[in-house]
Ligand binder design. Sequence first.
Ligand code: ISL
Ligand code: CA
Length: 560
Amino acid sequence: MSKQWWKNAVVYQIYPRSFMDSNGDGIGDIPGITSKLDYLAELGVEVIWLSPVYQSPNDDNGYDISDYRAIMDEFGTMDDWERMLEEMHKRGIRLVMDLVVNHSSDEHPWFVEARKSKDNPYRDYYVWRDGKDGREPNNWESFFSGSVWEYNEPTGDYYLHLFSKKQPDLNWENETVRAEVYDLMKFWLDKGVDGFRMDVINMISKVPGLPDGNVRPGFDYASGAQYYMNGPRVHEFLQEMNEQVLSHYDIMTVGETGGVTPEHGILYTSPERKELNMIFQFEHMDVDSGPLGKWDVTPLDLVRLKKILAKWQIELHGRGWNSLYWDNHDQPRVVSRFGDDGKYRVESAKMLATCLHFMQGTPYIYQGEEIGMTNVQFPSIEDYRDIETINMYNERIANGDDLNEIMKGIYAKGRDNARTPMQWDGSDNGGFTDGEPWIAVNPNYREINVNQALEDKNSIFYYYKELIAMRKRLPIMVEGSFELIHEESTSLFAYMRHYEDETLLVLNNFTASEQVAEWPESLKGLEAEKLIGNYADEKKEATDGVIWLRPWETVVYRFK
Ligand code: ISL
Ligand code: CA
């Protein structure tokens, strides 16, 4: 039944807490979102992915849900939500909601019941194990530091939480749990939502027995990833969900799936398997990390980045479907991360946008990316709000690690980089709130803001608008095959797209210096039409046998 409308759409992600505050309590909310829909319509996005707005104690900003059928008080009411949806649909914008069902909040009535006694009817909604030799049942480490196990006094055993101890994992082996999930999905679909982004959906099936992982010397806990990512029954569960729920609606689905290769990608997204439309893979989010993981900051390895993205492009072509993203609410700002957030902020933001949007797949824009918002460096841990950041900080301080090293990691990779409030204008707090924002606004809001971008015809905003519009006009952007060129170049990310009798040449300079490279043999002598670029003035003749790019330059040519 799917019309596959999501193949040429661009998705815009809203992190509601930081988008727009309508009532001065310092917290972004649903009426705030509704008030900015004209702005998003102007940008041209056709789908909004909204991070969780359900009732939640906010241990992890809404990714810990205590009522799947209610709106968080701080964000507004169900009426506000319904009005927002109506206003989106009026503007031709579809709404994708976040589905967080690997875990619930510990304040969800299911868990409140489950933890009371071993014979409670909800006990089996969660994952319980006895301790081993006075310790946790196994050695897995939580994403948010420490053990994945929490001791529960009334029952004398432990429950599993891959994330915070206020996010107990639901037991997907229990078919009643699965039926509950399908029910709540229908609740929202029947209200008219147009799809789901499924939080850590490839972690719902754990290997029975929950075996220990291998502890590295000097560490207390091990990664258990091989025992819960892409687990034994995950495809069975997704096919069941598809059959019972998804297939009955004209919607789009995107799974958040860490630890996947293109082989997994095909299993999750190939249409005949009837699971998901697309997934978020994370391989390209590791290209600036060392062996110790995300906080082990290293310079970008451009060759690695290109090879990873090229591999996904080629292997999923005709077999599955890619999601394309640089940013989301868990990642640092891409212009700071892979671009230059100083002198060449505008050029490098446009270059990164071009590089991503000309690949095959559905592009995602994270709020603020379209105006080139940057990372932030707050002076003290007191200024940070993210549970992952705070837990990591406390653990490493207790461990005697160097404070500067810790802060260096937070500045480069901390999730709050993406969560500072949206910068709407140059007034106090960037126009986000009249009150005290729940997290400080990036101090650069007087220069970098939406107002400024809308007034400048050469802004990053209008460049994104053009990229979004091009995807509608040019089938080659959606359908074309992908070919990486100059693979080993440590400065250029260059590729071609091929479709019918057309070729696109997409050239991106990832450095602040001029770059010269050989023009592809197959295009020599052909007439090049320039489609888009980030330098206004013309440069040297494009077909003189060399690629010549200025600092952070991007340019796309079409050949027929
Ligand atoms: O952000 C991360 C740390 O680098 C990731 O490990 C992240 O926790 C992982 O991608 C899962 O993310 C999703 O589920 C989490 C939630 O905190 C994230 O915000 C969400 O995107 C638990 O629900
Ligand atoms: Ca508010």
